[in-house]
Design a binder for this molecule. Sequence first.
Ligand code: ZN
Ligand code: ZN
Length: 301
Amino acid sequence: MRKGDQDADVRTDPLTGNLTVVVPSRQGRPNLPTDDSCPFCPGGLEAPEGSYDVKWFPNRWPAMGGNRCEMVLYTPEHDKAFWELGTEGVSKVIDLWTERTRVLGARDDVDYVLVFENRGPEVGATIPHPHGQIYAYRDIPPVPLRELTDGVLEVPGGDDPLVVATFGDWTAWVPEAPTWPYELRVATSGPQQALDDPGLDRDGLARVLIDVLARLDQFARGPMPYMMWIHQRPRSPEQFAAQPVHFHICPYYRSPGVPRFVASAELGGGLLFDPVEPRAAAATLREQPGAVPGGATAEPR
Ligand SMILES: [Zn+2]
Ligand SMILES: [Zn+2]
């Protein structure tokens, strides 16, 4: 991110080196709709045309100027979980993520497209209707830049005890050193580095997302709050080694109803502490029934 970017007031903390975008305009955004109506339901503020399957629209309260922040509605059904949409419904969301990645990524003033979702009020989702967001950055932001520069993403084999599920080209696993005890990575073993790269196993992706998100809800005995984002190639990837398109899924609970707080020692020391052995976390998630019968889900070991 460049200083002096006209679409964002990006500042660097001289002590920590952290980058912060100062956005006073967002402080006035509503925490919740002022009445009971949902702006994302058909006929609501953001869907006045009525019925839709999936749709995107510009964020009314963008964190950056220049039409860089979009909302994505997953379904017209207010009370559905993403995974409950089934392969057909989830595939429509994947197709829309892909289309927006392509359109936003084709802009001269966009080098990185970040697709993400916050699920649940615990992680700041102010409206329960299933939805996600997209940010289109002028420059590659620090986290994917660090992964692209110094990171190694190895997709484990299907018999690795960290693996939770495999569908087609896609594998979901608990990382060896997670920040969140039931954190998941989901990556393709194919050569695709972005959602809009040709040949992506879209069916496998829909199935693996449905499966692992259902497992998280089953483990949480209710809706698991989570943060999820997709890392894909920058739009000018030439300077980086190939890295497969992948998802990071960060569930907020460490056991049903018990939040995992990132607390003072971890922020102050920079060393995270994980109370669940990652192989045990993977085994627990494998023991949940999942949501895709007949899939090539890893057997409990
Ligand atoms: Zn709604
Ligand atoms: Zn990543």
